[in-house]
Every structure is written in structure tokens, then in C-alpha cells.
Design a protein around this ligand. Structure first.
Ligand SMILES: C[S@@+](CC[C@H](N)C(=O)[O-])C[C@H]1O[C@@H](n2cnc3c(N)ncnc32)[C@H](O)[C@@H]1O
Ligand SMILES: [Zn+2]
Length: 166
């Protein structure tokens, strides 16, 4: 059984495996929760040492400005295969400490699901950071890498509170 009723995982032109819509998805649909083991930043750095990687590759979802992360390699689901894009069709939303991936526009069958990783890693510490974090999303507005500018901290949108009595 797939982990989401909305997509399957298969080879992607962006990188490795990706998530592809199996049905039309409406804007605002929660396609999957990003699950895994919640670990502090130092443990995440220990597990995924950028300086030892030729190309940045992790299954981490950074939260709280990077203070903690969800490591989807441990107990995670198919959300870990959703690739980054500079022109994404989904976004992560925090709802009571949990992260959900939501469609930000309508998505057609066969389209690859993506969100902007908004990585705040100190990529420019390494001489080879441009190569290490190179983005292959193919979007016309691609910034060339998966990092966001250090001053623009990642903000994960909070889910709207439900009205009382609903
Ligand atoms: C959570 S995994 C996504 C699934 C990945 N494609 C795989 O097969 O394991 C995140 C990793 O995928 C790669 N990736 C995702 N989006 C990318 C992109 N736009 N350009 C290049 N690599 C990307 C990076 O190595 C990143 O660290
Ligand atoms: Zn890009």
C-alpha cells in the first residue's frame, strides 16, 4: 500500500526517486505527513556530515530554525521522496508540532510533487557548496541551488486554527 492516496514513488528527472500524482490534487489538499525520528541539530549533523558528502543528500526536514530535524530515514514514509523545486506545487505546513505537505495549487495526474526545501545550512562554509547543493529542478526561476539566503530564515507556515465548534 502506498503511504499516500495521492502519489506514487518512481524515478525522477530532478534527482533519484520522486513523488508523482496519481490523481488530480486540489489546492489546499494535505498529501502526506512528513514523518520520522525527531532529533536535535547536533545528531543531524553527526548522521549527515556535509563535509564528507560529494553531493548534499539527506532525509532531514529542519524545524525550529534548524534546532531540531525530522529524520525520515528512521521510521519515515514516502514523504521523504518529495524533491525540492524553486517553483514548487506544495509547501510544508506545521500543525501542532507535526509537518504536513500541502498542495499550493491544483496538480495534474503525473505531475511531480515538490516543495521548496528552504535549506538554511551553512553551505558557503565549503568551497564546493555550489556543486554540493546544486538544484536540478529545471524551473525557469531556478536559483541554481537548494539553499535560501542566510538572512531569509525558513518559515514553515502554521496551519490555520479551526473555529470553535467546527
Ligand atoms: C528527501 S530526499 C528526496 C528524494 C531523493 N530524490 C531520493 O531519491 O532519495 C532529498 C535529497 O534529494 C536530492 N534532491 C531533492 N531535490 C533536488 C533538486 N531539486 N536538485 C538536486 N537534488 C535534489 C538532494 O540530494 C536532497 O538532499
Ligand atoms: Zn531549482
Amino acid at each position: 500500500m502506498p503511504d499516500s492516496p495521492y502519489f506514487v514513488v518512481r524515478g525522477s528527472d530532478i534527482q533519484g526517486k520522486g513523488a508523482f500524482a496519481t490523481k488530480a490534487i486540489r489546492k489546499g489538499t494535505r498529501v502526506i505527513e512528513y514523518t520520522g525520528q525527531i532529533i536535535p541539530e547536533d545528531e543531524a549533523d553527526r548522521r549527515y556530515d556535509d563535509s564528507k558528502m560529494k553531493r548534499h543528500h539527506t532525509f532531514l526536514f529542519q524545524m525550529c530554525d534548524g534546532a531540531v530535524a525530522i529524520d525520515a530515514a528512521v521510521g519515515g514514509n514516502d514523504a521523504r521522496f518529495i524533491n525540492h523545486s524553486c517553483d514548487p506545487n506544495c509547501e510544508p505546513v506545521e500543525d501542532r508540532g507535526r509537518i504536513f505537505i500541502e498542495a499550493i495549487r491544483s496538480i495534474k495526474v503525473g505531475e511531480e510533487l515538490t516543495y521548496n526545501y528552504g535549506l538554511t545550512g551553512e553551505g558557503d562554509e565549503h568551497d564546493d557548496w555550489k556543486e554540493k547543493y546544486r538544484c536540478n529542478c529545471g524551473a525557469p526561476n531556478c536559483s541554481g541551488n537548494m539553499l535560501i539566503k542566510p538572512k531569509k530564515k525558513r518559515v514553515v507556515k502554521k496551519a490555520a486554527k479551526k473555529k470553535a465548534g467546527k
